[in-house]
Design a protein around this ligand. Structure first.
Ligand code: 5GP
Ligand code: ZN
Length: 152
């Protein structure tokens, strides 16, 4: 827990929130600034700014809980144009992260005017370097995995 973190304060009930579900490790609640009706957040109770700062055992529940909230949103929110949704998790200011406590956005996408607008420009540099980066990434991943083995 971090004393100055707004999401840690929500976990500790020091500031109010509209909670949806919680366990000893995970909390789901409504986003106070929704980009679409039903916009919700799922967070580990462990404080860490970026995904790689969170120990695996504090991440295992996140996707099963997010999945069930997505199903509940489909039941709870009207869907005039379909039942899509985006799961978004930002890391770092340059990647649009404003709250430095890991959070997964669940954003219903019901029509073209609300919800997440995704820009997907193709990177010429990315294309040109795809094989070179793949080789570096494979080696780097091995080093990461060796220092922090995945245990499931
Ligand atoms: P980020 O840009 O860091 O990925 O998203 C942070 C999210 O946290 C935003 O969607 C914002 O509306 C939400 N948020 C910020 N402060 C509060 C708060 O005090 N309560 C709740 N429920 N959501 C918050
Ligand atoms: Zn926190």
């Amino acid at each position: 827990m971090s004393a100055n973190c707004i999401f840690c304060k929500i976990i500790k009930n020091e500031i109010p929130s509209l909670k949806i579900y919680e366990t000893s490790k995970t909390l789901a609640f409504m986003d106070i600034g929704p980009t679409a009706p039903g916009h919700a957040l799922v967070i580990p109770k462990y404080h860490g700014a970026k995904l790689h700062n969170i120990p695996d055992e504090h991440l295992y529940e996140i996707l099963p809980i997010a999945k069930r909230i997505a199903l509940a949103l489909d039941l709870a929110i009207e869907s005039p144009e379909g039942e899509g949704y985006n799961v978004l998790q930002n890391n770092g200011r340059i990647a649009h992260q404003m709250v430095d406590h890991v959070h997964f956005h669940l954003i219903p996408k019901r029509d073209s005017t609300s919800g997440l607008v995704v820009g997907w420009p193709e990177s010429e540099e990315g294309k040109a370097k795809i094989k070179e980066i793949h080789a570096k990434l494979e080696a780097a991943f091995k080093a990461v995995e060796e220092s922090s083995p995945i245990k499931i």
